[in-house]
Design a binder for this molecule. Structure first.
Ligand code: HEM
Length: 482
């Protein structure tokens, strides 16, 4: 049977198998992390009784697992579509998966065997101040695990950079500057523009992450070496912010490439599109101090810049993408199925999730809201209802048998409905708790907060059922497409 993966004549059988391996890992990890997430929410709701140390171990695994897998899933989408325009190395694709799995093993060992529970952000000096809950070995294993994952991604991006420079004559041309600032009409494809942006920002982010991880490892092993805490925090949040944003920017390539197939209309790259991606390249790098608004000892100019850039940072790409998707779908007689439904849903999740994020980036609001559940409320919005549906839509589409051109089935509508209703209910519960000043990252909640926690746990259950139904379809398709 032919299908999208098999039709890709310029992708070797090894690359196809590796991408299927990526997909299997992505589905397994997201499912496992969702179950852990429900365990966390159910503990806050007092449905389950995890002891606090175990809660923080699970919270660390959930955060690190979800952020890492978002990056891995996004890189699979980017690699697949970019490889249609430039020659990428399959060996590096395999190596990235290998580094990822090795890093995951080290992190799991640190958490489950070594009891590490400092949160995925490993904020210095918490990894080495556990009050006896975990040892220095566990902290080093966790930090080294993240470092291994970073090395894999760095290799992947270097290969992508090499290929874009070779194929398009430089990164500026990959961003389409010859068209934006010149008279050339030779526009690069959307996937190349987005990949160039991601590679620029994420290499910068990962290098900052590597520096901070090495500093933290040296500090753990030689406590006499005491880095500047504010510098370490700044680098950590620069890395975390850029990495998770890059994951969305990689995954959105699926929207650019797949929705046009369903609508039978091309995704047009024009000067507005190019300007938006170039603008966001700079702004994604500049906006990260909005994570540091509570650090009064940072220069005020940096904090003010964070607020202003937050208002405009994601907007250009978001607008050209969401508006572009609406224009593409409007009166197009699009064939709705699970994949196109998920990709369209992702536009809603991404666009809506950005709104509470921007609210939180306002200094006056942030002073009150920052350590409340408003924060997991906004990032779960665009990750759970934006990024994850992009990944699922991509996986469904490229493993789909060609023969399947039937209208959407009622069980697929049910899966979409459960995922969307569960997702919106789940994130709204976080936002509602946040505006009531319920703190984030608390294992134990006060009596008046429990009802929202309980409702949220039920919604989480609906998301997981919806996810399982969608994942089951992909799992059935995967063996047929290898
Ligand atoms: C069924 C789906 C999910 C459930 C039930 C869930 C649940 C939770 C809960 C209860 C927390 C702790 C909230 C608090 O601070 O009080 C949390 C944190 C977090 N979640 Fe999720 N989540 C889900 C999906 C996701 C997804 C899809 C992502 C990313 C792709 C994600 C990334 C994170 C991150 C990064 C944290 C922060 C951990 C920390 O504060 O150290 N989650 N989640």
């Amino acid at each position: 049977m032919t299908n999208e993966l098999k039709k890709r004549s310029d992708i070797s059988p090894t690359a196809k198998k590796t991408l299927l391996g990526y997909m299997s890992v992505v589905i397994a990890v997201i499912l496992l992390m969702m179950l852990l997430g429900a365990l966390l929410r159910g503990t806050q709701a007092e449905f389950f009784g995890l002891n606090w140390a175990f809660f923080y171990k699970i919270m660390t695994l959930h955060g690190a697992g979800m952020v890492g897998i978002a990056g891995l899933g996004g890189s699979a989408v980017m690699w697949y579509f970019l490889s249609q325009h430039v020659k990428l190395s399959t060996g590096i694709l395999i190596a990235n998966l290998g580094f990822f799995l090795a890093g995951v093993l080290s992190i799991i060992g640190a958490v489950l065997i070594g009891d590490f529970g400092a949160g995925w952000t490993f904020l210095y000096p918490l990894p080495v101040h556990s009050l006896g809950t975990w040892g220095v070995e566990a902290a080093v294993a966790y930090l080294a695990g993240l470092l291994l994952i970073g090395v894999g991604f760095l290799l992947l991006y270097l290969d992508i950079g090499r290929a874009i420079i070779k194929g398009y004559g430089g990164l500026a041309r990959g961003l389409g500057w010859h068209c934006l600032f010149g008279s050339s009409q030779d526009y690069p494809p959307a996937s190349v523009v987005a990949s160039t942006m991601v590679l620029i920002v994420n290499v910068t982010g990962i290098l900052a992450g590597a520096v901070v991880l090495i500093i933290s490892i040296v500090n753990a092993l030689y406590p006499a070496f005491q880095p500047d805490a504010l510098l370490v925090k700044t680098l950590t949040y620069f890395f975390g912010h850029v990495f998770i944003n890059a994951a969305i920017y990689m995954a959105v390539i699926g929207v650019y490439e797949i929705l046009p197939v369903y609508t039978k209309r091309p995704w047009k790259v024009n000067k507005v599109f190019l300007a938006a991606w170039s603008f966001s390249t700079l702004l994604v790098l500049a906006v990260f101090p909005h994570h540091l608004l509570m650090d009064f000892n940072l220069p005020t100019s940096l904090l003010v810049m964070a607020q202003i850039t937050s208002y405009i940072s994601g907007i250009p790409v978001l607008i050209v993408t969401a508006y572009g998707a609406l224009i593409l779908v409007y009166k197009s007689n699009i064939r709705w199925d699970l994949a196109s439904g998920l990709l369209f849903m992702s536009m809603y999740g991404w666009a809506s999730g950005v709104v509470p994020a921007i609210v939180d980036a306002t200094i006056k609001v942030n002073v009150v809201m920052h350590n409340t559940q408003w924060v997991p409320g906004h990032f779960h919005y665009y990750l759970l209802i934006g990024l994850v549906p992009m990944l699922l839509g991509f996986m469904l589409y490229i493993t789909k048998p060609d023969t399947e051109q039937k209208p959407i089935k009622s069980k697929d509508v049910t899966a979409l409905f459960l995922y969307l209703v569960g997702g919106v209910g789940f994130v709204m519960s976080f936002l509602y708790s946040g505006q009531n000043s319920v703190p984030r990252r608390w294992a134990q909640h006060m009596e008046p907060w429990l009802i929202t926690d309980q409702i949220a746990t039920v919604f989480a259950g609906l998301v997981i059922i919806g996810f399982l139904m969608i994942a089951a379809k992909i799992i059935v398709q995967i063996p047929k497409s290898g």
